[in-house]
Design a binder for this molecule. Structure first.
Ligand code: ATP
Length: 222
């Protein structure tokens, strides 16, 4: 059976999730209490309906009990976001992803049963900050408060050296899990793998260790 998705709140974040899921051919029910927003998504989502997601009966009538994955993308109204998450939890929705507005909101959402809490502005801000500090940091993904994965473009300090020569694991405590070269990706590279200029290294480690590695071997912006 086809997986059913619902997006509640069609602001920039919810709207872009809705567009992307629809583009990928997924069945999406789009909800917003704003009529103009709903009209905007009539041609995009499978169904677009005006509804207040804090109205339990309305959600029940829309068949929310049968939705596999709901994305709650209500922005400023934290109260509505929490109440909606509670209702969806009681319905037994299999997966609930909620956009958090701040750290307190995030904590509450985790406590009341959101399966996934996302914080797009904060996360994107962090990623951009890392690429501003060093233009060689292409991407930065936080795994936990302590651990991250970074994508680093090899500059002069890394080029023409093998992983064993660089001894990244021993010296910096982080691991090169893959090397991307053009369209090719070498997962779990061997110690004798030689890095060439502009290779992209995918590195996993603690933030502290990654930072030490960057300071030593990644060129900083002027
Ligand atoms: P962003 O653009 O960053 O995603 P935003 O500022 O557009 O966020 P909001 O406008 O606060 O976020 O909320 C997103 C949408 O959620 C709005 O279109 C709003 O009408 C809708 N919304 C808010 N509360 C409810 C609710 N209880 N039920 C349904 N839709 C809601």
């Amino acid at each position: 059976m086809k997986k059913l998705y619902a997006v509640i709140g069609l602001g920039r974040f919810g709207g872009s999730i809705c567009k992307e899921l629809s583009k990928e051919g997924k069945e999406v029910l789009a909800i917003d209490m704003d009529e103009d927003k709903v009209n905007e998504y009539k041609e995009i989502a499978t169904h677009a309906v005006i509804a207040d997601s804090t109205d339990e009966l309305a959600l029940k009538e829309l068949g929310f009990r049968n939705i596999d994955h709901v994305i709650v993308a209500i922005g400023d109204n934290i109260h509505a976001s929490i109440l909606t998450t509670l209702i969806l939890g009681e319905f037994g929705v299999r997966k609930i992803t909620v956009k958090a507005q701040n750290n307190y909101h995030e904590k509450i959402l985790e406590k009341i049963g959101a399966d996934e809490v996302v914080h797009p502005e904060r996360d994107m801000g962090r990623r951009i900050a890392h690429s501003i500090i060093s233009s060689n940091v292409l991407d930065y993904l936080e795994l936990s408060d302590e651990y991250s994965v970074v994508e680093i473009k090899a500059g002069e300090k890394l080029s023409d050296k093998t992983l064993i020569e660089l001894d990244i694991r021993k010296k910096f405590g982080c691991n090169v899990v893959a090397i991307k070269r053009g369209k090719d990706i070498n997962v779990s590279p061997m110690p004798n793998e030689q890095i060439i200029m502009n290779d992209i290294l995918i590195i996993i480690g603690s933030d502290k260790d990654i930072s030490r590695f960057q300071k030593a071997l990644v060129n900083e912006e002027d």
